[in-house]
Design a protein around this ligand. Sequence first.
Ligand SMILES: Cc1ncc(COP(=O)(O)O)c(C=O)c1O
Length: 346
Amino acid sequence: MNGAGRPFGPWQTRFATPGEAILIQASLHSVQPALRRRLCLGALALGLGVTGALAAPPVGAQGLPDFTELVEKVGPAVVGIRTTERTRGAIVVHYGGFISPELPAFVERMHRSGRFVIEDAAHAPGAELNGKMAGGLSDAGCFSFYPTKIMTTGEGGMMVTSRADIAGTVRSLQHRGRDMDNPLESYVVPGRNNRFTEIAAAMGLSQLRCLPQFLAARRRVAAIYDDLLLKSEVFLPLLANGESRPSYWRYVVMPTLKVDRNELQARLREDKISIDWAYDPPLHLQPVFKTTLGTREGMLPKSEAILSRHICLPVHAQMRDIDCEYVVERLLHHVKEMANLTPQTQ
Ligand SMILES: Cc1ncc(COP(=O)(O)O)c(C=O)c1O
């Protein structure tokens, strides 16, 4: 099995990905070692950086995240990163399971200037761009298998990488900083036990077998939503372009009317429909970054505007076609009713 640090081979077999796939006790920990390798950044709680506002934070020379403004649109146009001379690399979040079509060009630019890119693919197991799997488009990709995600192992996550140096470091940090090439028990860097359990790995194998069905079901839900919402003109769905196959961890829409999200959420709750939105407050406005980095509201106006307006509709592998139709029918009903009650200034 895969708990004790051997590569998670079935992932690579299923997805024909090169390199290694390594299971780690917590997905955030899977990001941290990749960064440590390049940055010597010690104990930076980069997990926080990763969970991210839609803006992926490039990482400065001291291992501190810089937050980066979105370019124009959410999702498929998300990669527009301001790098400075302090930037050593970037973490790109595949929000909702969407991979930006601009990612390959971005990775190439970053590599040309000696920088790295890590994909935070927490939402994106099985998502694809140009036939390549999420996690395999950069130096390393990190997945979350938390119960709310596309597939689960209860807790924990996985890093995939084709880079032997990163894989070696991750394996070492999985084992409290052990020198994995030394037959003796020799510890060379500070670390802790990040090993995945065999039981969780067994659950992962079973979930991996179901992943194609999970993805197909989510894509079916998204296709129904796309169809109905595009006709509505009240919401702009985040659409997959030709080469992109999102995993649809979230189905993201932007209202074209001014909508009070909280009121809409309360109304839909009465219909037993749950909508939500991510990153409220956005990452850069979390107290930890406001106090440690001096970030403030208004710093990333486009990101803040998008985050404050977007809405995520329910997506689940067990939703039936009539459930999707019901969601859209109730959604449009409430939004139109609310619009009639409020003069629109937007
Ligand atoms: C984009 C993103 N990255 C990382 C994480 C963290 O995953 P985990 O809780 O499994 O460590 C999350 C959690 O939801 C997330 O949304």
